[in-house]
Design a protein around this ligand. Structure first.
Ligand SMILES: C[S@@+](CC[C@H](N)C(=O)[O-])C[C@H]1O[C@@H](n2cnc3c(N)ncnc32)[C@H](O)[C@@H]1O
Length: 302
């Protein structure tokens, strides 16, 4: 059965919304990302919502990370879940999304245990676990979220063999278990399609009238600002070119495409021709050099 159109009538007061074609939310609490994620888009949300189409059929986020735009959009729909298809190549992250969706109470119990016993010794013991051996997504999610909330700067970094290698962060009282936040996120995810897949798999799913938001690892502004190793494999310039081809194919198909990347000559050149560019300024949250924490220009491409 085709998914119903998400174009909805504006309700009274909707003209004040940045995004007037969508029904404003009823839920008491706005769902938010349950992990801190490098390149997370919470600071750019208003600009992204402005760049989103007023109405669309299904939403796809093939580099979902923490899913900031997914949650922002989720707050604007009355119906949760089934309108969204989320994917990423980080299998541990994807299993975490699935556990939040399918077993949020089990996850909360495990995180409460981790929170009660949290100290340096536990952090390094949990970090050393061979998490890919867990059969249960909930165990993976507890491992993932615990380390995300306690590791230095909320970074996710692995060595060549996939071992998590970020040291303990300097948090006096990290919020390891945000039970209510997880429950709200779980409700927003009810019915969503969550997949472990490379970005180009969106070509198999997106139909005319759908909306795809691509937030890839960025083309580095300079060599030292390189932050492309989200996985052991990284994201090469060949991947960037393939992404451009996928975005162009989707546009030809009648899919609404929005893409963010660094505002660099390389990116502008890649997306010449039928793409529109808009420069926006964003304060980066995760950057190892304190002097680079200012506002950085990013490019929104559609
Ligand atoms: C900039 S982050 C996305 C951040 C996200 N928009 C947010 O709000 O948190 C990029 C994501 O792309 C994922 N990724 C890297 N290479 C990929 C690939 N080839 N296909 C799909 N996802 C990939 C990484 O695991 C990471 O989660």
């Amino acid at each position: 059965m085709p998914a119903p159109s998400l174009r909805a009538l504006p309700r009274p007061g909707a003209q004040q919304l940045a995004h007037p074609g969508l029904l404003p939310a009823q839920p008491p609490a706005q769902a938010r990302p349950f992990v801190k994620w490098a390149g997370g888009k919470r600071r750019l949300i208003d600009e992204l919502l402005e760049g989103a189409p007023a109405g669309f059929r299904r939403y796809h986020e093939p580099f979902v990370g923490g899913g900031a735009l997914f949650f922002a959009l989720a707050g604007r729909f009355v119906r949760p879940g089934a309108w969204a298809s989320l994917s990423d190549v980080n299998i541990r992250l994807v299993r975490t999304w699935r556990a939040v969706q399918n077993d949020v109470e089990g996850l909360i119990l495990r995180l409460k245990d981790y929170a009660e016993a949290h100290d340096e010794e536990q952090f390094y013991a949990v970090r050393a676990i061979d998490v890919d051996k867990f059969d249960d997504d909930t165990d993976v999610a507890a491992w993932f979220i615990y380390l995300n909330k306690t590791a230095y700067n909320g970074l996710y970094r692995v060595n060549r063999s996939g071992g998590f290698n970020v040291p303990l962060g300097r948090y006096a009282d990290p919020q390891i278990c945000d039970a209510e936040g997880l429950r709200v996120a779980s409700r927003a995810l009810a019915g969503a399609h969550i997949e472990h897949a490379p970005f180009d798999s969106v070509l198999d799913r997106a139909l005319p009238g759908d909306f795809v938001y691509f937030d890839p690892p960025y083309v580095p502004v300079s060599h030292t600002a390189d932050f492309t190793s989200y996985t052991a494999d990284g994201f090469s310039m060949a991947d960037q070119a393939r992404l451009r081809d996928v975005a162009a194919a989707l546009k030809d198909r009648g899919v609404h495409v929005l893409l963010s990347n660094s505002d660099t000559a390389t990116v502008r050149e890649l997306y010449q021709g039928s793409f529109h560019h808009r420069t926006v300024l964003c304060g980066r949250a995760i950057n190892s050099r304190a002097s680079s924490r200012g506002r950085v220009a990013e490019l929104l491409i559609s």
